[in-house]
Ligand binder design. Structure first.
Ligand code: DGL
Length: 268
C-alpha cells in the first residue's frame, strides 16, 4: 500500500524552505504543499495565543488539500502551538523540536548544549526541558536571536552588520564553552556557512535533517510513502508573493512562485 496524498509543510516565512530542501532531497517522491505565513512573520515576537491561532488556521487550510501529514517546519509553532493543538486534527502533525533534541544529544560529548532560537521558543523552555528529560546531566545555554529572522525575511544580510549580529549571539555560546549549537529556528540554516566560518569549533545542529527521518518513519509505519514521483512542491503565502519569490531566489537558489493564501478572517 502507498499514499500519494501531499505532505503539508508550514512556517512563518521562508525559514521552512530549509526543511523543504531536506524533504525534497530525502523523499523526492512526495508532493509538498508549503504555506509561508509571511503576513504574520516573525512569529518569534508573537504571543503563544497568536501562534496557536495562526498554526490552527494554516493546518486547517492544508487539510483542504487532503494532506496525509503536516510538518510544522517552524520551531516557534512546534514549541508554543503543537503541544496544545496537535491532537485536534485528523492527520499526524510533526514538529521539529524532538528531532532536534535527538540530533543534538547524539553529537554531545561534554559541556552545555547551546541553542539559538526565537524569543518565543527560548521563553517556552521546551528545548531545555526536553534535553534535560533525555539527559539530566545536560545544561542548555539558550540565546534568543530576535534580529535574525527579520534580517533573513527582508534580505538585510549585508556585511559588516551580519557578522556583528552573529558575533553578538555567539558570545554567550563561547562564554559557556559549548561545543554544540542547535539552530533552533528554521531560518537560521541559511546562515550556517557564515556561522561555521566565524565559529569553526562548533558543531551546528540543523533539526531539519532528523525531522525528515521522523517524517519517513511515520509514513512507513502506516504504509504512507508516496508510490512514485509526485507533483513536486507548491507554495502559498499570506503576504506578498513577489517578495517570497525574490527571497527564495536569493536564499534557496531558485525562484519559487507562490500563490496567495487569504486567511479565513483577519484575527489581529
Ligand atoms: N522559522 C520559525 C522558527 O523556526 C519562525 C521564526 C519567526 O517567525 O520568528 O522558529
Amino acid at each position: 500500500m502507498s499514499d500519494a496524498r501531499p505532505i503539508g509543510v508550514y512556517d512563518s516565512g521562508v525559514g521552512g524552505l530549509t526543511v523543504v530542501k531536506q524533504l525534497e532531497e530525502n523523499l523526492p517522491e512526495e508532493h509538498i504543499i508549503y504555506v509561508g505565513d509571511t503576513a504574520k512573520a516573525p512569529y518569534g515576537e508573537k504571543t503563544a495565543e497568536q501562534i496557536r491561532q495562526y498554526s490552527r488556521e494554516i493546518i486547517t487550510f492544508l487539510l483542504e488539500f487532503d494532506v496525509k501529514l503536516v510538518l510544522a517546519a517552524c520551531n516557534t509553532s512546534s514549541a508554543l502551538a503543537l503541544p496544545e493543538i496537535q491532537e485536534e486534527f485528523p492527520v499526524p502533525v510533526v514538529g521539529v523540536i524532538e528531532p532536534g533534541v535527538r540530533a543534538a544529544l547524539r553529537h554531545h560529548r561534554k559541556g552545555p548544549i547551546a541553542l539559538w532560537a526565537t524569543e518565543a521558543t527560548v521563553a517556552s523552555g521546551v528545548y531545555s526541558q526536553k534535553l534535560k528529560a533525555a539527559n539530566p546531566g545536560v545544561e542548555t545555554v539558550a540565546v534568543p536571536c530576535p534580529k535574525l529572522v527579520p534580517m533573513i525575511e527582508s534580505g538585510r544580510l549585508e556585511e559588516p552588520n551580519l557578522t556583528q549580529v552573529l558575533e553578538e549571539y555567539l558570545e554567550p555560546v563561547r562564554q559557556a564553552q559549548a561545543e554544540i549549537l542547535i539552530l533552533g529556528c528554521t531560518h537560521y540554516p541559511f546562515l550556517a556557512p557564515r556561522i561555521q566560518a566565524l565559529a569553526p569549533e562548533l558543531t551546528l545542529i540543523d533539526p531539519a535533517i532528523e525531522t525528515v527521518g521522523e517524517v519517513r518513519r511515520r509514513l512507513e509505519e502506516t504504509d504512507g510513502l508516496s508510490p512514485a514521483r509526485g507533483r513536486g512542491s507548491e507554495y502559498y503565502v499570506s503576504g506578498d508573493p513577489g517578495h517570497f519569490a525574490a527571497r527564495s531566489q536569493v536564499l534557496a537558489g531558485k525562484v519559487l512562485q507562490p500563490r496567495q493564501w487569504n486567511r479565513p478572517r483577519e484575527c489581529d
